[in-house]
Design a protein around this ligand. Structure first.
Ligand code: SAM
Ligand code: DTB
Ligand code: SF4
Length: 337
């Protein structure tokens, strides 16, 4: 009899534990970048098996949470995020628009609920909201909440007190992404630093809001940098409840347009690694589904993704038609929640 190969997924990974500058969780529980890279390096089958096993220990594998996005303030943003079509610095086909009137927001939320979304996420192209901006958003949140939808907002950096006001208005989740690893961050954005993002996330946590925090892959970062992003997320004192993993949607006119596209198996591996390191978080298969065959999306669900953006638009770019997503759910036996 041929002796079987040892199953790599069952072998303990050799953990390299480096002393972090500012420990956020007990050292023994922290993920090192080397450990995360070791997960990435598993064979695809071993990685998927591990991710699916952990997924099933923590979630119903046939349920996928669905959130609909709406851009309530589009374009004209002062920041220079290299991926973003809404920056005023880049010549894209996105115009600087005024804030959307509240009745249009309500109409869009009603349609999202009707189509089956359980969460409604309002996004604004701001570096950070002024208190006047925030007042308008608070009214929107109150109205959307009244409809029985979960509420989420992504408005940029928050100042002291703003997160509490959002919470009081009925906000459930605040989305603020780390985007990438600290080591690659400066290659993508220069108008705010990594610590600014961490400070906003601290304010969101202090206000007892649920944290939605993830990043983008396919921006030309290395695998080590992808692992670095996952390490930042997984090592937060409390892991984010929701982790959006976006594949860069390349938009003409942005500096990252023309970047070598990421191999989609590497994207699926990133979802699996997020699932393994953040077992109780909802991992969202986010931007980029338009460029993914349904086979790849199915692999992402197998890897532990259990949330999507649902509806024909993300903020300014296209997302699959609701009917197409419903057909995929039906083929896979997925129940949207
Ligand atoms: N202006 C606010 C901010 O930056 O925090 C909120 C909206 S911003 C568009 C929210 C997130 O969308 C970004 O942090 C980024 O992760 C993601 N995003 C923006 N453009 C993207 C693109 N072209 N492809 C993938 N993700 C993108
Ligand atoms: C997130 O992580 N992805 C969403 C949401 N949070 C706000 C945004 C994706 C934006 C894709 C580009 C666009 O449509 O403008
Ligand atoms: Fe502005 Fe947000 Fe786009 Fe950056 S990601 S340019 S902050 S809208």
């Amino acid at each position: 009899m041929i002796e079987s190969q040892p199953n790599i997924s069952q072998q303990p990974i050799q953990f390299e534990r480096k002393s972090p500058k500012k420990p956020k969780m007990p050292l023994k529980d922290r993920w090192s970048i080397a450990e995360i890279e070791a997960l990435y390096a598993l064979s695809f089958s071993d990685l998927m098996f591990k991710a699916q096993t952990i997924h099933r220990e923590n979630f119903d594998p046939n349920k996928v949470q669905v959130s609909t996005l709406l851009s309530i303030k589009t374009g004209g943003c002062s920041e220079d995020c290299g991926y973003c079509p809404q920056s005023a610095r880049y010549d894209t086909n996105v115009e600087n628009e005024a804030m959307m009137p509240i009745d249009e927001v309500i109409k869009a939320a009603r349609a999202a609920k009707q189509a089956g979304a359980s969460r409604f996420c309002m996004g604004a192209a701001w570096r950070s909201p002024t208190d006047k901006d925030l007042k308008s958003v608070l009214e929107m949140i109150q109205e959307v909440k009244k409809m029985g939808l979960e509420t989420c907002a992504t408005l940029g950096m928050l100042k002291d007190g703003q997160a509490h006001r959002l919470k009081e208005a009925g906000l459930d989740y605040y989305n603020h992404n780390l985007d990438t690893a600290p080591e690659f961050y400066g290659d993508v954005i220069s108008t705010r630093v990594y610590q600014d993002r961490l400070d906003t996330l601290d304010r969101v946590r202090e206000a007892d809001l649920h944290v939605c925090c993830g990043g983008i892959v396919g921006m030309g970062e290395s695998r080590t940098e992808r692992a670095g992003l996952i390490a930042q997320l997984a090592n937060m004192e409390k892991q984010p409840e929701s982790v959006p993993i976006n594949l860069l949607t390349q938009v003409e006119g942005t500096p990252l347009h023309g970047t070598e596209p990421l191999d989609l198996f590497e994207f699926v591996r990133t979802i699996a690694v997020a699932r393994i390191t953040m077992p109780k978080s909802y991992v969202r298969l986010s931007a980029g589904r338009q460029s993914m065959h349904e086979g790849i999306q199915s692999l992402a669900f197998l890897a532990g993704a259990n949330s999507i953006f649902y509806g024909e638009k993300l903020l300014t770019t296209d997302n699959p038609d609701v009917k197409v997503d419903q057909a995929l759910f039906s083929k896979l036996g997925i129940h949207p929640i």
